[in-house]
Design a protein. Structure first.
Ligand code: MV4
Length: 455
């Protein structure tokens, strides 16, 4: 096992990784920007190194500075957390080239999955269902029209290097296709420096369901079930739950078995997530995330598996000790993402935390680096806390979430807590009846009700 790990991230995820290290008896090195000198993970780590000014390019994305920090502190491995360098294949390779261990999958697997076209080809070849579409990049109008005739409208143009919904174009007829193809290509070139685009049949009302997997790179793979991440706004997730209220046990078993076989053949190592769209009882793969995810705690709650601990054990050469039949699914978990934002306008609300009181009691977990007197910097993502609750049933989980949100006090800044309180009181949410478009409509209804009330 490692003696010392460098945590190349910040905020709640840096703290989450620190906690796993500590429980394994591993020393930690925090790296931080000048804006994060007073951060919780910096205070708790055994050692810390300031790696640059607030701008991420000059600190959390500065590979040379991070590798130097690892070298001077004698860290043997680097955990990249989520975001920043977590899915950067070049960084994973550089870490290896410096004789250190990257706590994550191989650079090759990161690279394959980072390009949506190569990712789709790879998983399709391994038997995972994908959305009907072009088999590769589309360049000419003739090709585009051919594919359109084969799969039918509506069609979605996606960028191979895309992600987060950037640069997607919906085409409802041939004219749209002719006008949008060049636009999509030039946007892809300017956003990502890669103008390759591909086509998929556009699914109108899917849910976003993702499968958590864990492999040891030696052919052993388990899955920790699915998470329903359909509640999102502008490609930012707000709330995630496991299991999905839309799936039955047979569907879960079927997609799980397909994924196990595929990831085993691939020899995948570390934690990973297969993202699917789910519509009318069918799963369609869209992307694979080759990292730990923000919403990993819901899967931990329903399986009792510590994903970060397992990532570290696997990176140190350990084999998976669990077989799929040893993974026991029980109960329901929900995570709400609490952002330092206005709950109606989503305007960022950085600033100094006043009173701080986190909820507790049975089945409640708070992953947050907040403390009273902490100053939320304006340079980074606005996620300041994750509240995760567990219940034996979804209903118990919902009741518990309601009371935990009531207990939570975060003074001094605005947060999305009031928004979460409204969402979980909505009848559609309570019955689990929502798609990826639900939240947009919910926000419109809420705004209209407010206008009517104010008039
Ligand atoms: C789609 C889709 C409908 N049909 N692909 C959005 C981001 C990227 N991860 C993939 N995305 C979508 N791909 C087909 N063929 C709808 C979306 C989409 C979406 C997906 C997941 C979660 C939220 C979303 C919000 C809008 C659109």
């Amino acid at each position: 096992m490692f003696e010392k790990i460098l945590i190349a991230n910040r905020g709640e995820i840096a703290l989450r990784i620190h906690r796993a290290c500590r429980e394994l008896g591993i020393q930690t090195v925090a790296v931080h920007s000048t804006a994060d000198a007073d951060a919780m993970h910096v205070r708790l780590a055994d050692e810390s190194v300031c790696i640059g000014p607030p701008a991420p390019r000059q600190s959390y994305l500065n590979m040379q500075a991070i590798l130097t920090a690892a070298t001077i502190t004698g860290a043997e491995a680097i955990h990249p957390g989520v975001g920043f360098l977590a899915e950067n294949a070049d960084f994973a390779q550089m870490v290896q080239d410096h004789g250190l261990v990257f706590i994550g999958p191989s650079p090759e697997h990161i690279r394959i999955m980072g390009d949506k076209i190569t990712a789709k080809r790879a998983v399709q070849a391994l038997g995972i269902p994908t959305v009907p579409g072009s088999d590769g990049p589309v360049t000419s109008d003739e090709e585009a029209l051919d594919i359109a005739r084969r799969i039918g409208f509506p069609i979605l143009i996606k960028a191979a290097a895309g992600g987060g919904g950037k640069g997607m174009k919906i085409c409802r007829n041939e004219e749209d296709l002719r006008t949008q193809l060049p636009v999509a290509r030039s946007e892809a070139r300017s956003f990502f420096g890669n103008d390759a685009v591909f086509f998929e049949k556009f699914l109108e009302k899917p849910r976003h369901i993702e499968l958590q997997i864990l492999g040891d790179g030696q052919g052993n793979v388990i899955h920790l079930g699915e998470r329903d991440c359909s509640l999102q706004r502008r490609h930012q997730k707000l709330l995630e739950e496991a299991p999905s209220p839309a799936l039955n046990a047979d569907e879960r078993e079927a997609i799980g078995q397909i994924a196990l076989k595929a990831m085993g053949t691939l020899g995948y190592a570390s934690a990973g997530t297969l993202e699917f769209l789910y519509e009318d009882g069918q799963f369609y793969f869209i992307e694979m995330n080759t990292r730990l995810q923000v919403e990993h705690p819901v899967s931990e709650f329903i399986t009792g598996i510590d994903l970060v601990r397992e990532q570290i054990r696997i990176a140190a050469g350990g084999k998976l000790t669990l077989k799929q039949e040893d993974v026991r699914f029980s109960g329901a978990a929900i995570e709400v993402r609490i952002n330092a934002e206005h709950p109606e306008t989503f305007a960022p609300s950085p600033g100094k935390i006043g009173e701080y009181h986190a909820p507790g009691g049975p089945g409640v977990r708070v992953d947050s680096a907040l403390y009273s007197g902490y100053k939320v910097p304006s340079h980074y993502d606005s996620l300041v806390s994750k509240l995760i609750v567990y219940g034996k049933t979804r209903n118990e989980c919902l009741m518990r979430l309601r009371r935990a949100l009531e207990e939570y006090v975060i003074g001094g800044i605005q947060t999305t807590i009031p928004l979460h309180q409204k969402i979980i009181a909505d009848p559609d949410f309570i019955t689990g009846d929502y798609t990826i478009h639900w939240l947009e409509h919910f926000m419109e209804r809420a705004a209209a009700a407010k206008d009517a009330g104010g008039a």
